[in-house]
Structures are given as structure tokens and as C-alpha cells.
Design a protein around this ligand. Structure first.
Ligand SMILES: O=C(O)CCC(=O)C(=O)O
Length: 277
């Protein structure tokens, strides 16, 4: 297990680097029996599948992204979001068939899909949250796939998980459900209603969160080809991209469920700026 040279920083807060507060995500290989993978996912709240995709395929999509932006400028970003290339990447048979087996039913991919890039020097990143806050109007049998679209060592600020926080997310959501019960129906399901914190985050102070929940943030050196699946209650966040080589962190996060489970229709459209979801 390697050690980190610099402390990890997230939205102005420095993470404690002690072994009680910081650890490493545990990888699995995708060729393990499906039952075992499902069990690990339920126990840990996440499943980090090493080398799930062919590396070349991931890097080809990364190249498509950066070449399109280089040719046409940042305004091409939302064209990429709606592009055939992105849709094909997210629905490739290898991924689709995996989810069919994992979910034990025909999968449904939420159309609102995020492609994120984080440049070294930015001062903000994803705060601590769980995903159901944004998807309250459907089933909670929901899986997020977080896919690094390049190698993302810890220093580049990949996704980090609060260990064993699926239970804490469930507890928080039960509390919010009770508080939100009085609100008009549209507001009740909103991640930004009067009972929620800014951006729907649990907090941006990750150091305080590790103390409060008495647990560790789990970090990882991700490689192109990996995929992490997390539960909608699992608390996660990111740290700032502090890459000495000044590379941009590129990743996508997309959400699957069974087509027969209740679907949050607010997500049945492409991601756009200010869509308030
Ligand atoms: O990539 C990020 O910074 C955030 C991703 C995320 O929150 C998710 O995958 O649910």
C-alpha cells in the first residue's frame, strides 16, 4: 500500500491522514461469481471492479471527448452529452449484460448522465452526499456506475467513499423523509428543498464527516477500465485534482435500475445546466 505525499483537500477542508480516518478501497475482479459480487456490493455499499472494461475502449472515448473539445471548444460539451458515441459507450453490451445479471432483470439506464472533468487548480469539487437525495421519486434499487475515463490516481481527486456509510445514508434519508412529509409533493422530492443543505450535500467538510460518523474515507488509484458501482445511500465525495502533471480528471457517472421498478421521470432527459436536479 503506497503512502501519499500531500494531504488530500476537498472544498477547502484537509482530510485527516491517519489510518483511523483514511483507508483504501478494496478492489474485486469482475469474473467472480455474480452472487459474490452482489453480496460484496450489499456489504460494502460499493463494488470496485478492476479492469471491467477493455482499457483501449475507455481511452478511445476519452480521446473522442478531448478531440471534440479541442476542435470545437467547450460549447461542444453538451453536444458530447447527447452524442451517439456517449450513448453507445454507456449502453455497450458488456455493461448492459452485466447489469442484466447483477439486477436480475432487464436494466434501465437513466438518460440524465454526467460527464465530469476537473482541472488542477480548481478550488471546488463534489461534496459529501448520497445519490438518492437527487432521485427520490423512484425506486431505491438503484446503482450508480462511476467510471474513470483515464487513469485517476488519488492525487487527481477521484471518487472517495465514506466506509460503511450505506447505513448512515439510509438513516439520514429516513430523517429527511419525516421532515419533508409536510411539504407540497414537488418540493418533497427536491434535493434543494428548505430542509436540505446547500446542493443537497450532507456536508463539504469531509474531515468533520469522518469524525461525526466515526469512520474512514476510502480512496483509490483508479485506472482506465475500472468501474465502481455504489448504492444510492452510500456517502461519497471527491478531493481536488492536485496532479503534478497537470492532467484533467475525466469521469462519467450513470445510473441503472430494473426497468420494472419505479422510475424517477425527472431524470428521463439529458443533463443540462441549471436543470435543478
Ligand atoms: O465524479 C464526481 O466528482 C462525483 C460523482 C458522483 O457523485 C457520483 O458518481 O454519484
Amino acid at each position: 500500500m503506497r503512502s501519499l505525499n500531500e494531504p488530500l483537500v476537498s472544498n477547502g477542508y484537509t482530510l485527516a491522514m491517519t489510518s483511523e480516518r483514511l483507508g483504501w478501497l478494496e478492489p474485486r475482479t469482475a469474473n467472480l461469481p455474480m452472487e459474490q459480487l452482489r453480496e460484496t456490493y450489499h456489504q460494502q455499499g460499493y463494488l470496485w471492479l478492476k479492469g471491467f472494461f477493455k482499457r483501449d475502449m475507455v481511452l478511445k472515448f476519452r480521446d473522442f471527448f478531448f478531440e471534440t473539445i479541442a476542435e470545437r471548444g467547450l460549447q461542444a460539451y453538451f453536444e458530447i452529452i447527447t452524442s451517439r458515441e456517449y450513448e453507445e459507450f454507456c449502453t455497450m453490451p458488456h455493461l448492459w449484460n452485466f447489469y442484466k445479471e447483477f439486477l436480475q432483470g432487464p436494466p434501465y439506464l437513466h438518460r440524465r448522465k454526467m460527464l465530469r472533468f476537473n482541472i488542477p487548480g480548481e478550488d471546488h469539487c463534489t461534496g459529501g452526499h448520497y445519490d438518492l437525495i437527487y432521485l427520490r421519486s423512484g425506486t431505491d434499487r438503484l446503482c450508480t456506475s462511476w467510471i474513470p475515463l483515464d487513469d485517476i490516481p488519488v492525487e487527481m481527486g477521484g471518487l472517495i467513499y465514506l466506509e460503511h456509510s450505506d447505513a448512515a445514508g439510509r438513516q439520514l434519508e429516513a430523517e429527511f423523509r419525516a421532515k419533508n412529509a409536510e411539504l407540497p409533493s414537488e418540493e418533497r422530492i427536491s434535493a434543494y428543498n428548505r430542509n436540505m443543505r446547500a446542493n443537497g450535500w450532507v456536508s463539504t467538510n469531509l474531515a468533520e464527516m469522518a469524525e461525526r460518523f466515526n469512520t474512514r474515507w476510502l480512496v483509490a488509484d483508479y485506472e482506465a477500465g475500472d468501474m465502481v458501482i455504489h448504492s444510492p445511500y452510500m456517502i461519497h465525495a471527491a478531493t481536488l485534482n492536485n496532479d503534478p502533471l497537470l492532467r484533467t480528471r475525466l469521469s462519467t457517472d450513470i445510473r441503472f435500475q430494473c426497468v420494472d421498478d419505479e422510475i424517477d421521470q425527472r431524470w428521463a432527459k439529458d443533463w443540462s445546466l441549471g436543470d435543478d436536479l
